[in-house]
Each structure stands twice: as structure tokens, then as C-alpha cells.
Design a protein around this ligand. Sequence first.
Ligand SMILES: CC(=O)N[C@@H]1[C@@H](OP(=O)(O)OP(=O)(O)OC[C@H]2O[C@@H](n3ccc(=O)[nH]c3=O)[C@H](O)[C@@H]2O)O[C@H](CO)[C@@H](O)[C@@H]1O
Length: 393
Amino acid sequence: MHPGLRVVLVVGTRPEANKLAPVALALRAQPGTEAMIWCTGQHARWAPDMLGHFGLAPDLDIATPAGNGELGLLAAALMTRLWAALAASRPHVVVVQGDTASAFAAALAAFYARIPVVHVEAGLRSGDCRSPFPEEAHRRAIAGFATLHCAPTPAARDALLAEAIPARDILLSGNTVIDALRLIRRIAPAGGSLPLAAGRTRPLILVTCHRRENWGAPFLSVCHAARRLAGRGDCDVVFVLHPNPALAEAARAILAGGPRLHLVPPQDYPGFVALLARAALVLTDSGGVQEEAAALGVPLLVLREATERQEGLRSGVARLVGTQEAAILAAAASLLDDPAARAAMAVPSTVYGDGHAGKRIAAAIRARWQPTPAVPDLGQMIPSASLEAGIPA
Ligand SMILES: CC(=O)N[C@@H]1[C@@H](OP(=O)(O)OP(=O)(O)OC[C@H]2O[C@@H](n3ccc(=O)[nH]c3=O)[C@H](O)[C@@H]2O)O[C@H](CO)[C@@H](O)[C@@H]1O
């Protein structure tokens, strides 16, 4: 058994993989710290693939079947399996990221097991538990279970303080996705397998859309807007499909075969980042892509009715446009027709982080949890204070 601090990082989806990779690497660089990565199977292929780009691989594959999108069944299955894995492994600390069912189930299972929970990307709030659904409810719930809350921005820290979370339990870390972005540009500068030949001169518009609150009519409206944008004739539209097969099918029905319209499968991370860095404009409902576009200075139209990432809007790199076809077209046209307006938005920003979040989080975990003997059996009823005895006030 490893003699030092044993930390489990739980990874369910593709974005959890790249956002936790910098934390895992920083933890492993610290002497006396074992950082184990557990993949839950929520994105069975995409999460391990993403880890691979950082030279990482799952130490445990929990292999929960993702099912057909039924959240109740997924969360219940994740809980059962994560509980059993925690009972067998009994790490000193469990790290979860963001707002997925995997993060929620892992935080709850660890909390029941009286194992301290570290929440990476804590404090994002839309103020509405129905949007984004179910993520807002997941992250609020995780805040109730976590011992250390790693806030990516001052606004996220303030949201946690407003929920009466003590300041001593909040680390203003920056968002780890900025670390991941910088790392991947160093590791794979050529960007993997680009779907478009180099040398094109028309501006490239990158589109991604997948969030659950946009399923149905909003998603179709985004697809129609993408088709009409390509129809302008003065730009190339690259629509990157999400791993969700139902969305891919709906997108193909509207977009396949359109001129200057490139419907491409989900890209590996180096390939996606290279596309994003080349884009004149990005249209997305993704959380991570909003953060990455701001860091790269790629003008961004947010395909949501509301976003918890106000920093990008305030910094001027992003505009909130919703999912109405006419609104998307008008906003995109106002930038395509006005290079000066586009240039004014194309300013790289550090509002989401400076690329050192992973190291800050690893150092805070190390400082807070000195190596302790293995935690007691999960079945025992013990006061939680005794488990956290080594934690300085
Ligand atoms: C409500 C909400 O906003 N929740 C977010 C949600 O994640 P998301 O909306 O950011 O998810 P996606 O858009 O799927 O992934 C994004 C990453 O994937 C890369 N990418 C993309 C396309 C591709 O073809 N190849 C790639 O490599 C891309 O560069 C980026 O880094 O859950 C996360 C986990 O808890 C949260 O942190 C996060 O708040």
C-alpha cells in the first residue's frame, strides 16, 4: 500500500477528464501523494481518450453503463458502484469536478463514507435549478458535501460565500481547463487530425451544441442557423458533433451535404483546440469551450438563454445570443460584416484562469490532509470530526 496521501479523482465525462488531468499531474508531482483516477463509464470512450492526451490512464474502470440518458438510473448505478469501490479502496480524499451525475454520485458516496470531498470548479451558479438541468442542482448539492471548494473565479468564490460556506474552505484556484489548454498546446502543437485542409482563406465559424436544455427545438434551430450561415458564401462553418448519437443524427438530417458546411465527428482534444484557435468565431453552448475561447481570444456567441459564465460576457470576448435562429444569424452577421467589431472581441483573457490552477489545488490538498492511517470501515458509525482530525483550522 502507498504510505502517503491517497487521493482518488473521479472522472465521468470528457470535460471532467481534461479539467482533472492538470490536478492529477500536479498531485503526482508532489512527493508522498498517490493520485488514482477512477473512470465511471459515463463517457466510456471519450473520457479515457481525453486522459490519454495528457499521458494519463484510468487506474480503475468502474464501467457503469451510461444507459439511454435516464438520469435517475444512471445516478443510482453510479452511486452503487462508487460506494463499493470506495469501500474497497478507502482513499483519504476524493476529488470531483463540475456538475455531472458522476461528480454528484461520487461526492455523495464519499460523504456517506465520511471521506473528505474536494470540489473542483465550485461555485458556478445560474440561480435556476432547472437550467442548466441537471447541472445546477448537482453543483449545489456537491457544495453541501464538499470540504474544500476550489472556485475558478472571484464570482464563483463570492457565490459560495453567499451560501455561507466558510472562507477558509474556499480556494480561489482558477479554472483547470486553462491549464489543460496550455498543456495540450505544448504536448500536441500540431493539433492532431484537422478536418479541414490548411490554406483556406474564408473565416472559419466553429459550432458545437449539446446541452440537455437545448435538446429538441433549440438544437434544431441552431442547426438551421449554421446552415444559413454557410449559405452566406463568405465563411466555412465547421459543426463538431457531440458523442451523443441522437444529437448527431438530428444534426445530420439538417446539415449533411450543405456547401461550405463541414459536419465533423467529435474531435480529439488537440484537434478541437487547433480548430478553435483557427476560428474567427465560435458558436457554442459548451461550458468548457466558453472558457477556452476566452483564453484564446476567439469571439464567442453563447447558445444559451443564460450562462453562469458571466466573466466572458463582462470581458467582452463573449455575447449571449440564445438559440433562436434569427438571433444567432443577426449576431454572427454583425461580426462577420464588421471585422473591427470582431477584432475588438478577439482579445485573449485570463478571466477564467492563469494556467496554474492544478498546482494550487494539489498544494491545498497536500497542506490540508497530511497522510493519515486508512479511514475506518465504512460500516462503522464514527463522528466525522475524528476523520478530519488532521485538518488545520
Ligand atoms: C453546465 C455546464 O456548462 N457544464 C459543463 C459541462 O461540460 P461542457 O459543456 O464544457 O462539455 P463539452 O462541451 O462536452 O466538453 C468540453 C471540453 O471538450 C473539448 N472538446 C469539445 C468538442 C470536441 O469535439 N472535442 C473536445 O475535445 C473542449 O475543448 C472542452 O474542453 O460539464 C463539465 C464537467 O463537470 C463542467 O465542468 C462544465 O461546467
